[in-house]
Design a protein around this ligand. Sequence first.
Ligand code: ATP
Ligand code: MG
Length: 406
Amino acid sequence: MTNDNDGNDKDTRGGWRGALRALIGRNEGEADDDAGVPAPAPSPQKRGNPARRARLIEALIGGLPQPAIVLDREGRVITFNAAARGVAPALRSGEPALIALRMPELVDAIRRAGRRREQQRVEFFERVPLDRWFEAFVTPVTLPETDGTQAELLLMTFNDLTPLRRVEEMRADFIANASHELRTPLAALLGFIETLQGPAKNDVAAREKFLAIMQQQAARMARLIDDLLSLSRIELNAHRPPSTSVDLAPLVRQVADGLQTLARDRQVEIRVGVPTDPVMVLGDRDELIRALENLVENALKYGAAGKRVDVTLSRAQTRAGAPEARIAIRDFGPGIAPEHLPRLTERFYRVDVADSRSQGGTGLGLALVKHVLNRHGGRVSIESVLGQGATFTMHLPLHTAAAPLP
Ligand SMILES: Nc1ncnc2c1ncn2[C@@H]1O[C@H](COP(=O)(O)OP(=O)(O)OP(=O)(O)O)[C@@H](O)[C@H]1O
Ligand SMILES: [Mg+2]
């Protein structure tokens, strides 16, 4: 195999085909089917067909969904597929790969694979333009020549580990958050039990007071577990859209009526606006009630300063023109700053943790709303201007008489 004489060859022909030719020891006499490249004088000794082989490599890696780059044993780029541009936009055929692949881990792996002729696996992390994690495999490949020599190449493939890492991070965050939320009331409970067993053993008044707090804390833990179970149940059913017809008009009234006590407590008036005729959707009644309850409860808790909450059911159209039902819950409280809006439906996300906790909140309500609406083929939208209140809208596909049950 000769790959020291590639200077001229590559320069005159340019690009990866020249490099490949040089790499796999192209024979001068070989027939050249590369359009526009003058065919050299024929030679009696044939050595495969580099142009054809190059096209083959190109076609093979072109069909791969993941990024792939083929290098010669000196680490120069022979060819690469379209997906590889996403990993290394500066890739150029014929140039050393380390110009485009600047990660030291990768450069080391290429060197090691070239030297040891063994597959190397590396993980690397990119910060710019976005945080992304990759694993790369550098695999030595030997192509036999028709003349008995061998061309030694390096095949690099990449897997984007970013979604996997994100899920891992989310799971770790979730466990940390859930344990923290459970630990707080649990610590309070243990503290009071100790006090009741020791210093306050015979103090009747203190016992009553502590038992009331303990009950509150235990109820908080029970609610948290209940919410977590509901969330995972809804997620488990996410791929099974509900098939029961539900009229939203009585449902909205029922939820508003159910929250009258809280509204009176907070001195807020709930105004309900509902059409006179039925507004039908395919839904799970309990899930829809739970979602709506959380939105109205939030408006009453966090928007109480506005003294008024409007709950309005209407028919509208999606941007694509499909008929939908909308339930808008509008409060006139302090509103929510724009930077919080995109994260509000994350589990445990709260604008003001202390405020939410003092109201018995765990930050799971809006995550539940989002999952319920996703399962129903709908969505939740949030609009808010600081100081002017917030509007949370549930969007649900309308079940018209023409639409058959799924
Ligand atoms: N109408 C609103 N006005 C202002 N802030 C709101 C409003 N609704 C929700 N928020 C903010 O969004 C956060 C998340 O709401 P979410 O319903 O998910 O949790 P929570 O109410 O704190 O707890 P939970 O619903 O589990 O009892 C709240 O803690 C609050 O900071
Ligand atoms: Mg809530």
